[in-house]
Ligand binder design. Structure first.
Ligand code: NAD
Ligand code: 89V
Length: 346
């Protein structure tokens, strides 16, 4: 199909502006209509991004005019919205978190697979330039077989002003940022099957945890520590950088502040600075996250056109959400929790 794929965009809230700017840069696709249950938001976004059509009801999916839909709403709405798209036979890219619990994730994925409708998670941390490069270094064999990893995302950004729903979310930090880190841990160290987790609720008045520390055992025997916090006070604030290191049998790569990869091998130490691309619509400190949005969307469109598997397909992502579920259950029980039982539960 040589013409651009026509898309519907649902959810004109806080993060939508990054998606809509990004769609304007993605090759082979265009957003032809916007939908938000809040008419004022739908109309304002359509006006700002020069999109002719706006709607307040996602049933517009049934008009047969869309080649894909981008769902940028919060997790409790995804089962209904993805379900509508699947019934209409419209391929989906949907924001994280996929859904609040593994049973719902499995239900959504099963319905889409039964209908043969492709669904991808918009999980953009692995599409950040620095992590594409880190994966290349690992695949090159320079540090040997990976044996250990540490991924941390700790800062005190005021996330509550832009995303007030996080104040009331019982499953908060693991589903908001932990899920990015768990996907990165799978991307860099391979699949994992066991989790031990301690949660903390440091800020007063939150419904859920704002810090979590997870220990993972990977299928290849590697071990990783994944820790996240919105209650870490550092000056300067490292937001939105993910820091850490990946160790292998022959060397180590550190992920340092300033978007630096420090590669340690028997030959010595070597730094690479992998800066995210600033664009007309990006602004510090969000650049690293914003730059990953068009990269994620371009992957979706390229794979959809080619009929190939999405890196973060709904079926692959079930393994990431099983790790999140295991983390919550471990935090509740104090036990190490295996994931293989969880996927079969729903
Ligand atoms: P938001 O609440 O600001 O916006 C969501 C919008 O969706 C609202 O305008 C709401 O009216 C609309 N909406 C909800 N249900 C709808 C329905 N059934 N039909 C039509 N419109 C509907 O949320 P946000 O902060 O923009 O976050 C959206 C998602 O993006 C969240 O899941 C969040 O976790 C995720 N997010 C991801 C990143 C990232 O990729 N790095 C960053 C921030 C947020
Ligand atoms: O990426 C996210 O999901 C957001 C964050 C503030 C980290 O960008 O919540």
């Amino acid at each position: 199909m040589s013409r651009p794929l026509k898309g519907l965009f649902i959810g004109a809230g806080f993060f939508s502006r990054n998606h809509l700017h990004a769609w304007a840069e993605v090759e082979g696709a265009e957003i032809i209509a916007i939908c938000d249950r809040d008419p004022a938001r739908a109309e304002a976004a359509a006006k700002e991004f020069g999109i002719a059509e706006w709607h307040t009801d996602a049933f517009v999916l049934n008009t047969g005019r869309f080649d894909f839909v981008d769902i940028c709403t919060t997790m409790e709405t995804h089962e209904a919205l993805v379900g509508l798209a699947v019934e209409a036979g419209v391929p989906v890219i949907v924001q994280k978190p996929f859904a609040p619990d593994i049973a719902t994730c499995v239900r959504i994925e099963a319905k889409a697979r039964a209908a043969g409708v492709p669904v991808m998670l918009h999980e953009n941390f692995r599409f950040q330039k620095i992590f594409r490069r880190l994966r290349e270094i690992i695949d090159s064999g320079r540090i040997g077989e990976v044996t250990f990893g540490r991924l941390n995302w700790r800062n005190d950004i005021d996330v509550y002003t832009n995303q007030p729903y996080l104040l009331k979310t019982e499953r908060f930090m693991i589903m908001d940022v932990g899920i990015h880190m768990l996907d990165l841990a799978r991307f860099l160290l391979g699949d994992a099957h066991s989790v031990s987790c301690f949660n903390q609720s440091v800020k007063e008045g939150l419904a859920g945890e704002d810090a979590a520390t997870m220990l993972l055992r990977h299928d290849n025997g590697a071990v990783s520590v994944v820790d996240v916090s919105y209650a870490t006070h550092k000056n300067p604030n490292p937001f939105p950088q993910t820091l850490g290191e990946i160790e292998g049998r022959l060397g180590t790569v550190q992920v340092l502040e300033g978007e630096i990869l420090r590669i340690h091998t028997a030959e010595g130490q070597h730094d690479e600075v992998i800066e995210a691309d600033g664009r007309a619509w990006t602004s510090a400190p969000w650049t690293q996250i914003q730059d990953s949005v068009p990269r994620t969307q371009q992957h979706f469109i390229d794979a959809l056109r080619a009929g190939t598997e999405f890196e973060t397909s709904a079926s692959d992502s079930l393994k990431t959400y099983a790790l999140a579920e295991a983390a919550y259950r471990s935090a509740a029980s104090g036990q190490v929790v295996r994931t293989d039982d969880l996927l079969g539960e729903a």
